[in-house]
Write a protein that binds this ligand. Structure first.
Ligand code: NAD
Length: 260
């Protein structure tokens, strides 16, 4: 097992990519805090992890609420005596062309991705800097951290912004033995993606099949979705990597959609 007795906070871990990482980390021996807006779903994820012999706790957490994020990290430290890995994963999408995007929707998407990642970073670093062995931050970026698509301005802007945050944490954190890296998935079939298939079809005036084939997977090398297992594997690799040779990096897993 690669994460024996490590403690991990994963935001947005009640479902989708965050849940897959939580389950994988628990199988590798980590104690996992499953933090999400949706406490009932987070508790269901924790129940599943425990049923499989893992260790986990559910945390009700809106990542845009500073006091709640701080309290969540304090609880992890109180119960598990430290925080080794923090993954800023919670995210939302909003499909609209720029000329009709409201300021409120722009701010909402940026708040969850950027404010949320900042608050998780800040709370995690305060703890990790106190620990002799430091820690590891992982940001859930996207291929949209590297390139743009129409109809997703706030998401693209937020995911590009996360790259800057990740690189800054890598620079500031190094002397405290803190590493920071980012995962940039291509399309993974989670609720976040399932919701946008009909939305994009309506916005672009094409069928849902065409959205998948001609928009989402058009530039992959093989027309395949990236899977939850692919991203969980990468998250494990980044967390378990033994040295600061791997810090400040953004690793793209997208079936060749974006090649850097
Ligand atoms: P998802 O919708 O399946 O899961 C997102 C989770 O975040 C949900 O459980 C939701 O309740 C939670 N959440 C939303 N707002 C929150 C908040 N304010 N505080 C705490 N939790 C909150 O989505 P997903 O596809 O698993 O996405 C996870 C991350 O991966 C996101 O950052 C997303 O941008 C990123 N990502 C997804 C894909 C993809 O194709 N699915 C691709 C690239 C990047």
């Amino acid at each position: 097992m690669q994460l024996t007795d490590k403690t991990a906070l994963i935001t947005g871990a009640a479902g989708g990519i965050g849940r897959a990482i939580a389950e994988r980390y628990a199988r590798e021996g980590a104690r996992v805090a499953v933090a999400d807006l949706d406490l009932a779903a987070a508790e269901a994820t924790v129940a599943e992890i425990r049923a499989n012999g893992g260790r986990a706790m559910a945390l009700a957490m809106d990542v845009t609420d500073e006091a709640v994020v701080d309290a969540g990290v304090e609880r992890i430290v109180a119960e598990w005596d430290g925080l080794d890995i923090a993954i800023a994963n919670a995210g939302i999408q909003h499909i609209a062309p720029l000329h009709s995007l409201t300021f409120a929707d722009w701010r909402k998407v940026l708040a969850v991705h950027l404010d949320g990642a900042f608050l998780v970073t800040s709370a995690a670093l305060r703890q990790m800097y106190r620990q002799e062995h430091g820690g590891c931050l992982i940001y859930m970026g996207s291929v949209h951290s590297k390139l743009a698509s129409p109809l997703k301005a706030p998401y693209v802007a937020a995911k590009h912004g996360l790259l800057g945050l990740c690189r800054t944490v890598a620079k500031e954190g190094a002397k405290h033995r803190v590493r920071a890296n980012m995962i940039c998935p291509g399309f993974v079939r989670t609720p976040l993606v399932e919701r946008q298939i009909p939305e994009q079809a309506a916005a672009l005036g094409i069928s849902e099949e065409a959205v998948i084939r001609d928009v989402m997977l058009k530039d992959t090398v093989d027309g395949e979705f990236t899977t939850l297992e692919d991203i969980a594997e990468l998250a494990l690799h980044l967390a378990a990597f033994p040295s600061a040779a791997l810090t400040g990096q953004s690793v793209v897993a997208s079936h060749g959609w974006y090649m850097q």
